[in-house]
Design a protein around this ligand. Structure first.
Ligand SMILES: C[S@@+](CC[C@H](N)C(=O)[O-])C[C@H]1O[C@@H](n2cnc3c(N)ncnc32)[C@H](O)[C@@H]1O
Length: 224
C-alpha cells in the first residue's frame, strides 16, 4: 500500500484559501437530510481548513474533524475558535480512524478518500463501515477515470487505478485513486448505494483558461 501524504496547506493562501473556506453546495442538502433523519454524530473526514466542520457544528451536530495535515488542523481550530463552535479535532491517517465501532451517524468525505491507492481505498471503505452506526451515511467524492488527471501519462501509475500527482501545488506527490461506475459498485458492495452522480466542475485557471474536472459524488448507507 502506498504511503499516505497530507496536503501542503502552507501553499494555500489568498484567493485559494477563500475557495476552501466556502462550503460545498451539497453540504446544505446533507444538513437538511441528516437533521430530518435525527442524525447527531458527524465526522468531517479530511476536514482541510474546516469549511464543513464549522457549518455542521453551527447546525447543531456533534462534530469531529480529522485530517493528516497539522497545518490544516491548526487553521481549522482557529476558525472554530473564531466562530465559537465546539469541535473534537484529531490528527491522523484515514487508513486507521481513531473512532469506536458504530459511533458515528454521518460522514462527509469531500475530495479526500481518493488520496490513496486501490489497496488503501479498500482499507478506508472497511474503516467507514466499522465506525458507522446502522443506517449511518457517508457522502464522498471520488476522482473519475474520465478526468484530466488520470490521463497524465507522465504521472507515475501506482496500480491500474492510481496515479501520483506531479504538478506543482499543494497536492504534489499525493496519490490519486480514480474510479468508474463499476469500481464504485464493487468497492461499496457492503453498503446500500443511495445515489451516484458524476459531476463536471468547470473553472478558470490562473491564466484565465477554461478547465474542468470530473468527480463521482456518492451517498452510501450502512444498511445491510
Ligand atoms: C482537497 S482537501 C479537502 C478538504 C475538505 N474536505 C474540504 O472539502 O474542504 C483534502 C484533505 O484530505 C487530507 N488528507 C489526505 N490524505 C489523508 C489521509 N490519509 N488521512 C487523512 N486526511 C488526509 C488532506 O490533508 C487535505 O486536508
Amino acid at each position: 500500500m502506498i504511503k499516505s501524504k497530507e496536503w501542503d496547506w502552507k501553499k494555500v493562501n489568498g484567493k485559494q484559501e477563500e475557495y476552501w473556506k466556502e462550503p460545498s453546495i451539497e453540504s446544505f442538502y446533507l444538513i437538511n437530510r441528516w437533521k430530518k433523519d435525527n442524525k447527531k454524530d458527524f465526522l468531517d473526514l479530511g476536514c482541510g481548513l474546516g469549511r464543513h466542520t464549522i457549518l455542521f457544528a453551527k447546525n447543531g451536530f456533534n462534530t469531529r474533524a480529522f485530517d493528516l495535515s497539522e497545518n490544516a488542523l491548526k487553521r481549522a481550530k482557529e476558525y472554530a475558535k473564531k466562530e465559537q463552535v465546539d469541535v473534537e479535532f484529531k490528527l491522523g491517517d484515514m487508513l486507521n480512524l481513531p473512532y469506536d465501532n458504530e459511533s458515528i451517524d454521518c460522514i462527509l468525505c469531500r475530495n479526500v478518500i481518493s488520496h490513496t491507492d486501490t489497496e488503501g481505498m479498500r482499507q478506508i471503505v472497511k474503516e467507514l463501515y466499522r465506525v458507522l452506526r446502522h443506517d449511518g451515511e457517508v457522502y464522498l467524492t471520488l476522482g473519475s477515470k474520465e478526468t484530466w488527471g488520470f490521463k497524465q501519462t507522465d504521472w507515475p501509475l501506482v496500480d491500474p487505478n492510481t496515479r501520483v500527482r506531479m504538478d506543482e501545488g499543494p497536492e504534489k506527490g499525493i496519490p490519486h485513486f480514480y474510479a468508474d461506475y463499476d469500481l464504485i459498485e464493487e468497492l461499496f458492495k457492503n453498503f446500500n448505494i443511495e445515489t451516484i452522480y458524476q459531476l463536471e466542475d468547470f473553472y478558470k485557471n490562473e491564466n484565465e483558461e477554461l478547465s474542468s474536472s470530473k468527480h463521482y459524488h456518492v451517498l452510501i448507507k450502512k444498511g445491510k
